[in-house]
Ligand binder design. Structure first.
Ligand code: 5GP
Length: 227
């Protein structure tokens, strides 16, 4: 009766650092291996302990990053906490055409640039349960000194005030709960009427007439005549 768009969609996920976005996305990818793909960004910041090239980020020097900006390599890029971050254009279109949803895990300025370029993308903001909890998570992560944490906290504070620019907000009070909510949002988005390409009648007029006049129905299925 309806033919839906088969293409994947762009899902932009933003959150202040320390809100638990990384863990949520990890779970989302594990649960939806075939239908979700995470775009790996490039950055000029140094890798944190445990981070891997090509998995967490593609790590570039500031000069390399600036060269790629000039080469029009990025769909969007920004400077955040003194470092460059950017989404490579490569692969995104390919994944979308294969029907795979693409997650862009980016900060708000980048998200708003994507909104201008691709207004139909889905924008989800992950909110920490409280500011105290956010500071606790940043401190416990132990990857930044106090000065850097302060900088990130101020960025986080600014970002939280921009939440209404997104389509959905999910509070990360408990990981499984937050993951379930995001999966539900993605499912619901697939049912939006603007994804319909065609509405058609799947049964011929004569058949409809015959079914109405002479069809006997039981719970074995539509159109089966009872013996
Ligand atoms: P982190 O240094 O904690 O990994 O990332 C800092 C911020 O940069 C996070 O909010 C993260 O989502 C954002 N970010 C990561 N990659 C990109 C990107 O490609 N573009 C933009 N605009 N932001 C990004």
């Amino acid at each position: 009766m309806i033919k839906n768009k088969k293409t994947g969609q762009i899902i932009v996920i933003s959150a202040p650092s320390g809100a638990g976005k990384g863990t949520i996305i990890k779970h989302l990818l594990e649960n939806n291996k075939k239908s979700l793909w995470l775009s790996v960004s490039a950055t000029s910041r140094a890798p944190r302990e445990g981070e891997q090239e090509g998995i967490n980020y593609c790590y570039l020097t500031k000069e390399e990053f600036e060269k790629r900006i000039k080469e029009n390599y990025f769909l969007e890029y920004t400077k955040y906490a003194d470092n460059y971050y950017g989404t490579p254009k490569k692969y995104i279109k390919e994944k979308i055409n294969q029907g795979i949803d693409v997650i862009l895990e980016i900060e708000i300025e980048g998200a708003m640039n994507i909104k201008k370029l691709i207004p139909e993308a889905l924008f989800i903001f992950i909110m920490p349960p409280s500011m105290k909890e956010l500071i606790k998570r940043l401190k416990m992560r132990g990857t930044e000194d106090n000065e850097k944490i302060m900088k990130r906290f101020h960025e986080a504070y600014k970002e939280i005030n921009e939440v209404t620019k997104y389509n959905y907000v999910v509070v990360n009070d408990e990981i499984d709960n937050a993951v379930n909510k995001i999966e539900a949002i993605i499912k619901a988005e697939k049912c939006r009427v603007d994804r319909i390409e065609e509405v058609y009648l799947d049964t011929k007029e004569e058949e409809i007439h015959e079914l109405i006049m002479n069809g006997n129905f039981d719970n074995r299925g539509i159109g089966e005549k009872m013996e």
